[in-house]
Design a protein. Structure first.
Ligand SMILES: Nc1nc2c(ncn2[C@@H]2O[C@H](COP(=O)(O)OP(=O)(O)O)[C@@H](O)[C@H]2O)c(=O)[nH]1
Ligand SMILES: [Mg+2]
Length: 257
């Protein structure tokens, strides 16, 4: 069984992508299931086969422990790790080829607390990969792109498994996607773009230097990845994504520590 985690900032398209990947695998003859790990989600664009909400109840946490919505979300995120055994046996019972794992809306609840990395490390599967979704709508300038790529690298450092970066909402940035991909695919062009961005945006020289230093360090440490542009609306980019998934999954788990 392959475990495909889907992480990303709030609203970047994790749940939508989860539903599209499971649909694609099912249409192509594989047995894929979805696991929802977001205890706080109200509506999902798919019907989860295994659901953390059957084990962790936000409403109950709020009334029984007298917590506000934020406190209950944090408590619920921490409780996810304690339900690993139950979730694992539900998934194993279904015996899928692929399990697509949708994670909490707010990335910090999953990636930057202890519970999420614990779950990722201890969930048993033959191969694991994390898809990090970068919200295409947030990539307005090259400097901005580097700051999001930095979140992607930081997630990779936290989860320590192979990662594929996907830029979602390509249908909404059709007029800019070519430019974005041109500099996202070349260090030289990205550095040039940062220089001209600085002029356009009244960005201070200090900020420009900081961005270039961060970028250089990311390149030196091999954590820069060209994201795969993708649309959850049109499915444009699905073949690139699934091709990349099968390559990474067949290579086995890549450690980054
Ligand atoms: N146009 C467009 N909208 C998208 C795309 N991906 C997600 N959305 C929308 O963005 C919103 C947030 O998506 P969701 O999958 O719930 O994000 P999550 O919070 O990361 O799980 C929803 O209204 C989606 O319909 C995309 O590729 N294109
Ligand atoms: Mg979601």
């Amino acid at each position: 069984m392959d475990a495909i985690f889907v992480t990303g900032t709030a609203g970047s398209g994790k749940s939508s992508l989860t539903s599209k990947i499971v649909e694609w695998y099912s249409d192509n003859g594989a047995f894929a299931i979805t696991l929802n790990l977001d205890p706080g989600v109200m509506h999902l664009p798919y019907k989860p086969d295994v659901d953390i909400r059957n084990y962790v109840d936000i409403e109950k946490l709020m009334t029984e422990l007298n917590l506000g919505p934020n406190g209950a979300l944090i408590m619920a995120a921490d409780l996810v790790a304690t339900k690993l055994d139950e979730i694992q046996s539900e998934v194993d019972g279904l015996n899928p080829d692929h399990v697509i794992i949708d994670t909490p809306g707010q990335i910090e609840l999953f990636v930057y607390r202890a519970s999420g990395p614990y779950f990722v490390t201890n969930f048993r599967s033959d191969n694991k990969v994390n898809i990090f979704t970068l919200d295409g709508m947030l990539v307005s300038t090259p400097i901005n792109y580097v700051s999001i790529a930095l979140i992607a690298a930081s997630v990779r450092m936290r989860l320590k498994i192979a990662q594929i970066d996907v830029m979602t909402k390509r249908d909404l940035i059709a007029d800019r996607i070519q430019d974005i991909m041109r500099w996202a695919s070349s260090r030289l062009l990205l550095e040039k773009a940062i220089d001209s961005d600085a002029g356009q945006q009244q960005t201070s020289t200090d900020y420009k230097i900081l961005t270039r230093d961060i970028l250089q360090s990311m390149y030196r440490n091999g954590v820069v990845q060209t994201p795969i542009p993708f649309s959850n609306l049109t499915m444009n980019g699905m073949l690139n994504l699934t091709g990349s998934l099968s390559r990474v999954l067949s290579q086995g788990e890549e450690k980054f520590d």
